[in-house]
Write a protein that binds this ligand. Structure first.
Ligand SMILES: [Zn+2]
Length: 234
């Protein structure tokens, strides 16, 4: 079975695992100008994973949880804040950096990220994180690294060394995160063969482009740039 990765614009992704589970990462759907109309109302959801507390990442989490009752995995302080919004607190879904949560054949590890994190009502939301999402089936492990919102940092080489991601999902929009110049170095540090850029083009300020990244990326790295709503299959 394959893994399907669908970009929903900005940093929102839908992942369909080889085992048939549907995962949303940073599901900013309503209010996301690049989210396709047909993706605004998820038809099902088995798991939500969040990188940090900003509302362009938490997005529709509460509404999706209310509808499907799916687990929500996020850094412990952010997960605590979500409890105040009606998502019953579950310490098993509230890790911190370096920790791994297992949900059946899916494992979620939080990594470092350099950014800020607070909620829409100004609450402390812990620190921002990246996510290593490993999808297992009987024959293989497929690993996607979602960097979250961050600049490049040297310890990305540790993420590459420890988790060997098959794909890196990197922000490239610039202004609030790294742009293509830093993302190219991130790819080198991670040692990945494939990159899916995100957090660009949503608003005029997020001006980095996949073409700029392609010019700067290490030789042999494939920069895949799906349209919002388009699915990549691995
Ligand atoms: Zn953001």
């Amino acid at each position: 079975m394959a893994t399907a990765l669908t970009w929903l614009g900005h940093s929102a992704f839908r992942v369909d695992s080889p085992g048939g589970k549907r995962i949303y990462v940073d599901p900013f759907l309503h209010g996301n100008p690049k989210c396709p109309e047909s993706e605004l109302e998820p038809e099902r959801c088995d798991l939500i994973v969040l990188t940090h507390g900003h509302d362009d990442h938490v997005g529709d989490t509460v509404a999706i949880h209310e509808r499907f009752g799916c687990p929500v995995v996020a850094q412990v302080e952010l997960r605590g804040w979500l409890a105040s919004k009606g998502i019953e607190f579950n310490l098993a879904h509230a890790p911190n950096k370096g920790g791994t949560v297992k949900e059946g054949m899916i494992s979620i590890t939080l990594t470092d990220a350099n950014h800020s994190s607070s909620t829409e009502d100004g609450a402390y939301a812990g620190e921002p994180a990246g996510i290593v999402l490993a999808l297992l089936d009987a024959v293989r492990r497929f690993t996607i690294y979602f960097a979250g919102d961050t600049n490049v940092f040297g310890d990305m080489s540790l993420i590459g060394r420890i988790y060997s991601p098959d794909v890196a999902v990197l922000p490239i929009g610039d202004h609030f995160t790294m742009g293509p110049r830093e993302a190219a170095v991130a790819l080198e540090l991670l040692g990945v063969a494939r990159c899916v850029p995100c957090h660009y083009g949503t608003f005029p300020l997020l001006f980095g482009t996949p073409d700029e990244l392609r010019k700067l990326a290490p030789p042999g790295v494939e920069v895949l740039a799906p349209e919002p709503g388009e699915t990549l299959t691995f």
